[in-house]
Design a protein. Structure first.
Length: 200
């Protein structure tokens, strides 16, 4: 692992136990006590999801750098994490913020970079012709998602590609739940219109 955490969260003293933490809460508590191995458990648990989030929100080829920076920032701000709250949406909000900063600094519209074929396992029973048609349809759908306005695209990606709840999406994007609902609804409506247009 190449990330450099720098300053550690404030230690509460004590020697961390040697067995792996049983859940996120224990991992966070032990990380705050200075147990780096406990934080690495969180990194291992959420790296793939964080990477997929960064890629889907527009980090593209730089998703790995975004995730690296997000885990470093999460570690440094772990002392401000509200104990008992879910860790996943808190981390993904940091990933989303880092991705936003990256795409803004690049000076161009954020682009989705995840491959459609990586979003789910291929159908084992499909013929090669059916698989090719399904892949083409997914590629066209992803192109339509890419073309959505950024705010709607972020909501749709979080809800349907990352399979986050409305509450988790609201936390990740730093929005009220009502705004998530309206942006998701608008995004889906645009997608339906484009799909209908594509089929006619």
């Amino acid at each position: 692992m190449r990330w450099n955490l720098g300053a550690r969260p404030r230690s509460r003293g004590g020697t961390p136990p040697k067995e792996p933490p049983a859940d996120d809460d224990e991992a966070i508590a032990r990380s705050l006590d200075g147990d780096l191995a406990a934080y690495e458990v969180l990194v291992a648990r959420y790296s793939a999801l964080a990477h997929r989030t960064a890629a889907m929100l527009g980090a593209g080829d730089e998703a790995e750098d975004v995730v690296q920076e997000a885990f470093v920032k999460a570690y440094r701000h772990l002392g401000g994490f509200r104990r008992g709250a879910p860790f996943r949406p808190w981390l993904l909000r940091i990933v989303a913020n880092e991705t936003h900063d990256l795409t803004r600094s690049r000076g161009r519209r954020a682009e989705l970079a995840a491959r459609v074929t990586e979003l789910g396992p291929p159908g084992a029973s499909q013929s090669s012709e059916d698989a090719a048609v399904a892949t083409d349809r997914r590629a066209r759908l992803l192109d339509l998602v890419r073309a959505l306005p950024e705010r709607e695209r972020q909501a749709v990606v979080c809800r349907y590609f990352l399979q986050l709840s409305e509450a988790e999406t609201a936390q990740v994007l730093g929005l009220p739940v009502g705004t998530v609902k309206s942006r998701t609804s608008r995004g889906l409506r645009r997608l339906r219109e484009e799909v209908d247009r594509d089929l006619t």
